[in-house]
Design a protein around this ligand. Sequence first.
Ligand code: RAT
Ligand code: ZN
Length: 439
Amino acid sequence: MSSTIVQNPTASGAGQPVLGPQEILRAVEGELAATRFIDVHTHLFMPSLGKLGLWGIDELITYHYLEAELFRSSDLKPEEYWKMSKREKADAIWRALFVENAPVSEATRGVVAVLNAFGLPTNGSDLAKAREFFAGQKQEAHIRRVFDLAGVSEVVMTNDPLDPDEAPLWERGVEPDSQFHPVLRLDRILNKWPEHWRVLVAQGYAVNDGATGQSVSEVRRFLAEWCKRMQPIYMAVSLPDTFQFPEESTRARLLAEAVVPSCREFGIPLSLMIGVRYQVNPALRLAGDGAGKADLRAVERLCTAYPENRFLISVLSRENQHELCVYARKFNNLMPFGCWWFLNNPSVVEEITRERLEMLGTSFIPQHSDARVLEQVIYKWRNTRRTLAPILANTYRLLAEDGRPVTRSDIQRDITRLFRSNFEQFVGLRGEHGRVGAA
Ligand code: RAT
Ligand code: ZN
């Protein structure tokens, strides 16, 4: 195809110059850079939630993705590691993964990209300069700078109403923040009821250990009060690879009789992140979970049984990705999102995103960061843009080859849809589009 400028006669890009193959890649890169994304799932916290929000070099280096890698490249035993202070842990990881080895894995390379974004040394023998830099940052200005560097306009938090450190802050009343959207996270209720029902009792709800009798209506009352307090944009839970629905279990009963009806009542989606094999190696703590293939018929049954509900779905196993696309073609109340955790590597993201584009067009949410430490959004979104640019460009190149001219405004509209408006519409956020001066 030649890159001669012709006028596009189609509705979407009427009057716009048609792009040639070389121009397509540049236009995709320009629009990816110019569009402010919404980060639809993170573990970041707004400043009014105080110390819950992690940031800075020691947190970046002790990210659990890196802790898992430490024990492959060091003789240090997990029991010795857990006795160390945060700073000592960071020093041990820096030495093993950044000094004694080249940081080529996705998670280690991410730290390098963050240091580089702030003009800090990436190959130092210690972390002194980085520590000095982060200690000098003022939180709110730093957040603005980080969001600018990451190209995100806002992020979605993970807020746990049973977390003993978090719940009292909400109960006292926290200042909302338009850059951080709350999400009501239900793992403790749905996955660990026996360990947590007493916390609901302590909050004033008449529930029992078997979640029987009035427990279900009390959980609904609990959800209603937390929705009022938190104003979540969706509810969320992570689920094991063995997740089934329906089934004879406390989880399935609470899901069907409390969570799903509450989501309907408050007009918000339910996010299911399916496929975790919890604590495969408990010695590694947060880094000790694995992944397993799930039976997605549970998703089919949820989408069929509750057509009035909306489900945001991410699956952790690579083997489940194609099935998820097939289900999304059957149920428009299902929104696939993200390449989660062990999938967030360029090789896998590339495969999943191509499959989704081929099967779903632009009707999905390609990625979320899952950041636990503020500055991680810089590298995670940089990597997403870098991995996705050639995939999207190739999609448009094929389209042009097949006879449909492609314009910059086609690309802009699609990127906005993928990284903003699919989410805004699915959760019912306002429809304005964040876009900064496109190159
Ligand atoms: O990716 C992660 O950090 C995991 O540990 C999980 O937190 C996962 O993202 C989740 O939200 O359950
Ligand atoms: Zn997460």
